[in-house]
Design a protein around this ligand. Structure first.
Ligand SMILES: C[S@@+](CC[C@H](N)C(=O)[O-])C[C@H]1O[C@@H](n2cnc3c(N)ncnc32)[C@H](O)[C@@H]1O
Ligand SMILES: Nc1nc2[nH]cc(C(=O)O)c2c(=O)[nH]1
Ligand code: SF4
Ligand SMILES: [Mg+2]
Length: 271
């Protein structure tokens, strides 16, 4: 289902916040949906599983490499009611639903959607940056904490001229790790920790974060729960990063996850 822009979203804000450009309008109900499509789960422990993807718009972070630019740097979406979203999901023959974004846990309505999907027997994965905790029926919390190498800088910002990269750099750096939210997520849910890795320079930060999380959380965080994923939104970029990241996974005893959808369909939308 291609979704074009309708109402603009106050970037990074909760969906409860009324559209700043039109305060006379009632708060939209439902969720800001950027795209909704059927594909194979491309990442993580469920890679290869046929799944319906629901991509919400809006994010509290601004990774320079974000492969979902139109949910973060330049959010576009249509507001869909829960019944419409569920009906669209049910039109596909799948048992698995992946709720992603943007940052899906920004939106309180994501909880109601997950409850509706749980009632209907779906397996739900939530792709999250790990900075927000919500209580919801999530079967797999797929947490991708953001490293320093994700922070936008003048040298590594999206190409487009009109993005406010300077202002976001500071907020991104301040908000990208929330140990309390991370601990609550791993304590509450079956989880995987999926780090976007470019090179060996990312490893000290991953190891330090794992040490902090293991000291804080009341549940074990096993090396087996840690996945290294090569940075790359295109086949060409993945060709540069994946062998290096596979070597790092073997060296440290972590898992490696491919990006199957990029191998199969490159950077096509709705894949
Ligand atoms: C677009 S994000 C949406 C969910 C959430 N905001 C997050 O970052 O986890 C979905 C997944 O894509 C990953 N990702 C985004 N851009 C990427 C890139 N250029 N290379 C590799 N992974 C990327 C994120 O780390 C996350 O695991
Ligand atoms: N096929 C496919 N698998 C994915 N796994 C996580 C994705 C995401 O963007 O969150 C994603 C995606 O965008 N496409
Ligand atoms: S946290 Fe996720 S959606 Fe937000 S900018 Fe980073 S990769 Fe994109
Ligand atoms: Mg993706």
């Amino acid at each position: 289902m291609p979704v074009s822009d309708s109402v603009d979203l106050e970037s990074g804000a909760d969906s409860d916040t009324a559209d700043a450009e039109d305060e006379s309008e009632a708060t939209p109900v439902g969720l800001p949906i950027n795209e909704l499509f059927y594909s194979l789960q491309g990442e993580g422990t469920l890679a290869g599983v046929p799944s319906v993807f629901v991509r919400t718009s809006g994010c509290n972070l601004r990774c320079w490499f974000c492969d979902s630019y139109h949910t973060s740097w330049e959010p576009t979406h249509a507001w869909l009611g829960l019944a419409e979203i569920v009906a669209e999901i049910e039109s596909h023959d799948a048992d698995h639903v992946v709720l992603t974004g943007g940052e899906p846990l920004l939106h309180e309505e994501s909880v109601a959607l997950l409850e509706a999907l749980d009632d209907r027997g779906y397996h739900t994965t939530v792709e999250t940056n790990g900075t927000i905790y919500r209580d919801a029926p999530i079967d797999l919390a797929s947490i991708s904490p953001k490293l320093e190498s994700s922070t936008p800088t003048p040298e590594r910002a999206p190409d487009e001229d009109d993005v406010d990269a300077d202002r976001w750099a500071e907020r991104h750096e301040r908000e990208r790790i929330d140990l309390d939210a991370l601990s609550r997520l791993v304590e509450r849910y079956t989880f995987q920790l999926k780090f976007v890795v470019t090179d060996a320079g990312d490893m000290p930060e991953i190891l330090a974060l794992l040490e902090d999380l293991r000291a804080t959380a009341d549940v074990p965080v096993r090396d087996d729960d840690v996945l290294l994923m090569p940075e790359g939104a295109t086949r060409d970029r993945l060709a540069e990063t994946r062998a290096r990241v596979a070597d790092l996974a073997m060296e440290h005893g972590f898992r490696y996850t491919p990006r199957l959808h990029v191998d199969l369909w490159n950077d096509a939308p709705e894949t």
